[in-house]
Design a protein around this ligand. Structure first.
Ligand SMILES: [Zn+2]
Length: 383
């Protein structure tokens, strides 16, 4: 009976088994799903037999109503198998799923790259030449220095684009640092950040794919999504605070403790069912924005203490870029532009949440570049 009602309200965007392309106001069937003759369609939602249908906003149960400006192409209470397979069909979450799934694989590649090409904290300084491979792959900017050959003291420091300047200078600098007697700094804050970014992107992708299954699935995946966002914000502080205040253990502990406790509190608050109500969109955006904005404190502190250091200036530049991307993302997320201007026009492509996803990836990548600069800085200089 449910599917009968749906037939009158859904929109065709794909041909059915017979290859007949329907006109608007008829039923849409996912191409993969229609071939699964043995698939078990749930009695609930918009699935009948092996077919699942997309529905319009006004047919959604309350727990799936998040954005009235996206009018159509919703999956509603689909069986878990069909929801998983819907990653390969077209609906209003397809691009949301893939933007962050691709982002996850990009960060996985960056992590593998860093793990294999950035020398570990236990490797001898001559391995520093492997930075070259990383530069070739990522094209990252790095800080280059010149050191005296006799005692390892810094003679001059210059900042240049890594891709344009010989990377051997970097290697020579780290060699000098090794000769001067200080080893490499711990890597865990850098990898904690990469793990936080991957967790956030993967949870977001899973949430967009599977939250349509049921009210319980929606509750669980939305909490994982919020936990992922919190994890990304918290771990973003780790390289910034740990490497900047390497020689100031009090401030290191203070800032790391503050953001970790704030993150735990944010996860606890997000467990409240009221947290996902559509009218609290601004409260959610505000909570995550406040956590992110608190990063201004250690950044200003860094500039007050190390303002004459090119590494501090460069990393602050990346952090400002990250902040600008995230801020733009929060504004787009909360205002729901552009779909509020033309409801229904951006259902499949171009709506605010897709733009928000792309801005998050851009911001996270800017912070990854800052992390590489921090590693180079502290490897060469120590404490
Ligand atoms: Zn999302």
């Amino acid at each position: 009976m449910a599917s009968t009602v749906t037939l009158e309200k859904t929109t065709t965007i794909q041909s059915d088994d017979a290859g007949v392309v329907g006109s608007p106001k008829t039923t849409m069937r996912s191409p993969l799903l229609t071939k699964k003759k043995g698939a078990t369609g749930g009695a609930k939602g918009r699935c009948c037999g092996h077919r699942c249908e997309l529905v319009s906003y006004d047919k959604l149960p309350e727990f799936l109503k998040h954005n009235e400006f996206i009018v159509d192409h919703y999956r509603s209470e689909w069986p878990i198998k069909e929801a998983l397979l819907s990653a390969f069909s077209i609906h209003n979450e397809t691009i949301n799923v893939w933007t962050h799934l691709i982002g996850f694989f990009v960060f996985l590649a960056l992590t593998v790259c860093a793990a294999t090409m950035v020398p570990t904290e236990y490797e001898s300084p001559h391995m520093a030449t492997s930075f070259k491979g990383l530069a070739n792959i990522t094209g990252n900017a790095m800080v280059l220095r010149s050191y005296s050959a006799d005692d390892g003291a810094v003679l001059a420091m210059t900042m240049k684009a890594f891709r344009n300047v010989s990377v051997e200078t970097e290697a020579a600098a780290v060699l000098s640092a090794g000769a001067a007697g200080h080893g490499r700094v711990p890597r865990w804050p850098f990898y904690a950040y990469l793990s936080g970014a991957m967790f956030c992107l993967l949870m977001s992708s899973a949430c967009h794919l599977l939250a349509c299954h049921s009210e319980h699935a929606s509750y669980v995946f939305l909490r994982l999504d919020y936990a992922g966002i919190t994890g990304l914000i918290v771990t973003s502080f780790y390289p910034l605070v740990y490497y900047t205040f390497l020689c100031h253990p009090f401030y290191q502990a203070l800032y790391l403790g503050f953001i970790t406790v704030s993150g735990a509190a944010a996860v606890a608050v997000s467990l409240l069912p009221v947290f996902e109500r559509p009218e609290l969109r601004w409260a959610r955006a505000g909570l995550f924005a406040c956590m992110g904005m608190s990063g201004l404190v250690p950044i200003v502190h860094k500039m007050l203490v190390f303002g004459d250091r090119p590494e501090a200036v460069l990393t602050t530049g990346y952090e400002m870029a990250m902040g600008a991307f995230y801020l733009a993302g929060v504004v787009v997320y909360a205002t729901r532009v552009p779909e509020r201007w033309m409801p229904g026009r951006f259902d499949l492509a171009g709506h605010s949440h897709q733009l928000f996803h792309v801005l998050v990836i851009a911001g996270a990548y800017a912070h990854y570049l800052a992390g590489l600069v921090y590693l180079g800085w502290r490897d060469m200089e120590g404490c």
